[in-house]
Ligand binder design. Structure first.
Ligand code: FEO
Length: 167
């Protein structure tokens, strides 16, 4: 059984994962409309992953005797200044998500909820991977330069498959 404090902070994360999915969906749609099909595919896949994260939280809350709450979500931005600022925004958002996962770990320790603390560790690891894969993209962008976005767009999905095949 979850304490109220843990149930509430997990429900806050349901909302944050849902917003992450919506944010990347908006970025994907922008990239698709702006002529970057590879970057769009990467972002659509990322949006799907965030939806799966949200579902993990929903199922966990409900399975542990709580009640998952689905709220309305804030509208994500629809315009982006370019590819580099877009991925900088992704990194910033993932850092925000990592911080909020850390707050859940702290709450678990305070509430002595070892079960949830054990369960949330998957997300702690996932956040390390998410931040590093976005950092890798930003490093590659810096290396290739913004004038070579055609090649970057062509290559970005192969960065993802390497990563995925490594799982
Ligand atoms: Fe589900 Fe990218 O955090």
């Amino acid at each position: 059984m979850l304490t109220k404090k843990i149930e509430d902070i997990l429900n806050r994360q349901v909302e944050r994962e849902g917003y992450s999915s919506l944010l990347y969906l908006s970025m994907a749609s922008w990239a698709e409309a702006s002529g970057y099909p590879g970057i769009a595919r990467w972002l659509y896949a990322q949006s799907q992953e965030e939806l799966e994260h949200m579902l993990k939280f929903i199922h966990y809350i409900n399975d542990r005797g709580g009640k998952a709450i689905i709220t309305g979500l804030e509208a994500p931005p629809n315009e982006f200044e370019g590819i580099k600022p877009l991925f900088e925004a992704v990194l910033k958002h993932e850092q925000f998500v990592s911080a909020s996962i850390n707050e859940i770990v702290t709450a678990c320790i305070e509430e002595q909820d070892h079960t949830t603390n054990n369960w949330i560790q998957w997300f702690v690891t996932e956040q390390i991977e998410e931040e590093s894969s976005v950092q890798e993209i930003l490093d590659k962008l810096a290396l290739m330069g913004e004038h070579n976005l055609y090649m970057f767009d062509r290559d970005i999905m192969s960065m993802r498959s390497e990563e995925d095949s490594g799982e």
